[in-house]
Design a binder for this molecule. Structure first.
Ligand SMILES: [Fe+2]
Length: 401
């Protein structure tokens, strides 16, 4: 993991400061004496001496001493690693793993009805997700939004797990915590299997008494998972808290602010994002940018200040895999984000202004030209080309049924 840049005002005991090799003349305000920060007094002295910035190594730091508030505020956020494998290659490699995860969830949720679940099989699946995020973080997050399944609940659990692992890594969580966070994401809606199907699958707004039954799924999930010997408490807390809201309006316990577990906060953001941007029997899939703008409006109320802003920063305004319309009337899909200019990602264009195929589809870095820009993100339901094939093969073929 790369070293993380931090302002000395944000230093905390437990952080391991590193020497980056930069000289005093280049960075006169950089504190670079390597070692573990042990006390607040030590940090106060560093600030008193006039140092403004430092770098620390998350791997060598003692995370138990770094506050949860620090992680969730995004102060310790670090860019996701540069891909070591191309998007095309990683998506192709992960399609089967993604399907395996969905099949596992279907199997586990059936088991949940009887109260016992196959927990151990989830661990290798989680290893697969974490190592894929390390190789190319865009692959699984785009696959999660491109693949469509008739059964929403199972794919939704897998998607929330993928987004939680990616977001947790971005926020600065270490690998062992990512593993548990991903499992909590995978199992967050396990308790839904105890909710009657007539309520769970109702294609309409629930009546108040039905909604009260639906809300019980958070605690049902906790009950089912609690039967697993030695399951980490952080997983249980994440599952139980995933519908709690920062301002105390959530459920099941109306927890507020820091009473909500960190995993609960992270999963909550990912849960809402996937729900808004997924197709359901009663609604079209919302384009990611629209979902993110709605979530931005919920900041500070549903989630603590800074958290959803970090999620948006991580995904970008037009996440990889988003179908888009351009000023020229052309259509295509985002294939590479541009963190320094989020409105100008790289896109693969496959349709001209008359809806005719562009052969072969062409890749355009929107930051490198002035003729076109994105007018809007499109719903994946409304485009007539297969997004996955366009990304992985560079070919425009009709959407798969
Ligand atoms: Fe839920």
């Amino acid at each position: 993991m790369a070293f993380v840049h931090i302002l000395t005002k944000d230093l905390r005991p437990g952080m391991f400061i590193v020497q980056t090799g930069e000289t005093w003349t280049n960075r006169p305000y950089l504190y670079a004496k390597p070692g573990l920060l042990k006390t607040e007094a030590e940090i106060a002295e560093i600030r008193k001496q006039g140092f403004i910035e430092a770098y620390y190594d998350p791997e060598k730091s003692e995370h138990s001493k770094i506050g949860v508030e620090d992680l969730l505020s995004g102060r310790l956020a670090t860019p996701l690693p540069e891909p070591t494998v191309s998007l095309q290659e990683e998506i192709k490699a992960q399609e089967e793993n993604y399907n395996n995860c969905v099949n596992y969830m279907e199997h586990v949720m059936e088991e949940a009805r009887s109260g016992r679940i196959d927990y151990t099989s989830a661990k290798p699946l989680m290893d697969g997700i974490i190592s894929s995020v390390n190789r190319n973080a865009d692959a699984l997050t785009s696959l999660a939004k491109i693949k469509t399944y008739d059964e929403y609940t199972f794919a939704h659990c897998v998607n929330v797990s993928i987004f939680s692992v990616t977001f947790g890594r971005y926020l600065g969580l270490r690998e062992e915590n990512l593993h548990n966070l991903g499992l909590a994401g995978l199992f967050h809606d396990l308790g839904k299997m105890r909710v009657p199907p007539s309520i769970l699958n109702a294609p309409r707004q629930l009546k108040p008494e039905e909604f009260a039954i639906m809300q019980k799924h958070a605690r049902y999930g906790l009950e089912i998972l609690s039967q697993i010997p030695n399951i980490p408490k952080a997983i249980l807390a994440g599952v139980c808290d995933h519908h709690e809201r920062y301002n105390g309006t959530g459920y099941p316990d109306k927890k507020k602010g820091s009473e909500i577990s960190p995993f609960g906060c992270i999963i909550s953001v990912c849960d809402v994002y996937d729900a808004l941007s997924s197709k359901r029997v009663y609604k079209e899939a919302m384009p990611p940018s629209k979902a993110l703008s709605i979530m931005f409006g919920m900041r500070g109320e549903s989630w603590q200040p800074g958290l959803v802003e970090q999620f948006i920063k991580m995904l970008g305004i037009y996440p990889v895999g988003t179908p888009i319309g351009l000023t020229s009337g052309f259509k295509g899909v985002v294939t590479k984000s541009n963190p320094s200019a989020p409105l100008y990602p790289t896109v693969t264009i496959c349709k001209d202004r008359n809806g005719q195929k562009i052969v072969p589809p062409s890749s355009v870095d929107l930051a490198q030209q002035h003729e076109m820009q994105i007018v809007k993100a499109l719903s994946s339901d409304t485009v007539d080309f297969d997004i996955l094939t366009l990304i992985t093969e560079g070919k425009d073929v009709p959407k798969r049924p």
